[in-house]
Design a protein around this ligand. Sequence first.
Ligand SMILES: [Zn+2]
Length: 299
Amino acid sequence: MRWKGRRVSTNLEDRRGGGGAKAGGISILGLIVAFVAWKFFGVDPQQAYQATKQVTAGEQVESVGLENPTPQQQEAADFVGTVLADTEDTWQAIFQEQGQNYTPPKLVLFSGVVNSRCGTAQAAMGPFYCPADQKVYIDTSFFKDMRQQMGISGEQNQTELSRQDQAGDFAQAYVIAHEVGHHVQNLLGISSQVQQARSRASQVQGNQLSVRQELQADCLAGVWAHHNQQRTQFLEQGDVQEAMDAAHKIGDDYLQKSATGQVVPDSFTHGTSAQRMQWFQTGLKSGDLNQCDTFNQPV
Ligand SMILES: [Zn+2]
C-alpha cells in the first residue's frame, strides 16, 4: 500500500505511553466532588472519589504526540494519521455528493488502558468506536498482534521499505476504515436506529442486528477503498487479499481473548469471515453506499 507523502490528519490523539494514566493521580476537583457527595448525599467518599476519577479521566484533555517517540512509534502514528486523513478526504467527497457535510471522528492511539465516554477499555479488546464521543480507539499492540496472527514476520521484502510497508499495511488501513465506517453509520443515524431496534428485540434478534451493522461497516470500508483508490491510487498488488486475510483471521478468538472491560468490544457479532469478505468486496467493487444496505437484504 502506498501511503507516504500524503496529508496526515490532525484528528489524531496520541495517548500511547500512559497518557491516560495521569488522570489516575489525586485530583483536587475529584476530592471536592467526593467530599460534597459524602457530606450532602451520604455517598461513601472513597466510592465517590473513584467515580469522579473515572469521569475526569474520560474528559481529560488529550495529549498530542509522545515526548520522545522511537522512529517506529513515529512511523506508526504517521501511518494511522495518513489513513485517517484518507478517510476524511474521501468521505467528505462522498457526503458532499449527497449534499451533506462530513464531520470526521477523532482517532485515539493508546497503549494499555484507555478511558472513553463508553467506558474503560483494555488494549487486548481490540479497536472500537465510541458513538458518545465520536472517537475511534486503536491500541498499537493490536496491529502487532494482527501481523503475528497473519503470519507476517517482516522478514520478507527486507528492503528499504519501512516496517509498516512490510507488515500488512492495507489490512491495518482496513481495520481503521471499518471503525470509521461505524462513525459514518453514526452520522447517518443508522447506529441509533439499530440501538432502538435492539432494545425491543430478543437476544438472538439483537445479535443479528449487530452482525448486519458490522457487515455494513465492512461494506463502507470497501466503499472508502474504492474511492480512495480513484483519488490516490494507493492500492498495490496483493493488498486486497491482505485485507481479506485480516478479515478472516482477526475475529472472535482475538477479541474474546480477554474482554474484561466495560466497553462492549467489536466482538463476535461481526459475522462469519465469508460474510465479511463478501461485504467488503461489495463496497470495494461498487463504491456505492446504496449497495451497503445490509439491513434489508439477505447477508
Ligand atoms: Zn465493527
